[in-house]
Design a protein around this ligand. Sequence first.
Ligand code: C2E
Ligand code: CA
Ligand code: CA
Length: 236
Amino acid sequence: QPQIDAQSGELIGAETLIRWLDPIHGLIPPGRFIPLAEETGLIQPIGDWVLREVCRLLCRWQAQGLRRIPIAVNLSARQFKQNNFIESITGVLAETGVEPRLIELELTESMLMKDVPQTTAKLNQLKKMGFRISIDDFGTGFSSLNYLRHFPLDVLKIDQSFVRELFDEGAALAIIESIIALARSLGMRTVAEGVETAEQRAILESSGCDILQGYLISRPLPEAEFLEWVQHYNHS
Ligand code: C2E
Ligand code: CA
Ligand code: CA
């Protein structure tokens, strides 16, 4: 799914969202199988596969002379927690020769707040390797603002529930503005997720949100359709 710069409208990144194509049931959304994959441990090979596919995609785009944009990858708690996580991610990168700066790792607040010393060490290592790090669904979990300051984070992703409720209740806008202010003062950027209407876009833009993602810009697309979308996308 594309991500655009809120001010210029320019395409500046994308997020990978996995689907399972079943011969009988068609496309199965991640909400239907990721929790089970977490439970059974299958999330580890699946997560490795996603990362490898993203790297291969970036290589293909480079070979085709396309502009390479950073791609965000969702990490699951179990994947991040595994002892050899850094090794396995390093392995995939070495295999494909992709630069880590083109990969943004999305974690959730609950993943970060568990075992803070070890998490900090892992994040610092990933950051040193050149990955970008973002917090997904920000504002819905329990973040300690004190720890936020110490983690090497690049992006806060404002949860879509706040965007959805922007015009239903004043509190949603207040929360969004606070997240943007917090991110700014800590030197991070903000992504608003679930942007569906021009009204939401306008208010997010004027609130100083950096990046927009949502159906208004584009639904999540398979690679070929994504590339077609990029070709025809006329930002204004
Ligand atoms: P998420 O990371 O918060 O992803 C955003 C979800 O919102 C996606 O649902 C996306 O399709 C949907 N979305 C995007 N724009 C809009 C919009 O404008 N309106 C609405 N209503 N929804 C929008 P999706 O693709 O079903 O993914 C659900 C969750 O599954 C993701 O939530 C993420 O937590 C997880 N997931 C997806 N891919 C992966 C993966 O490769 N690995 C892991 N571990 N989790 C994944
Ligand atoms: Ca995400
Ligand atoms: Ca999210």
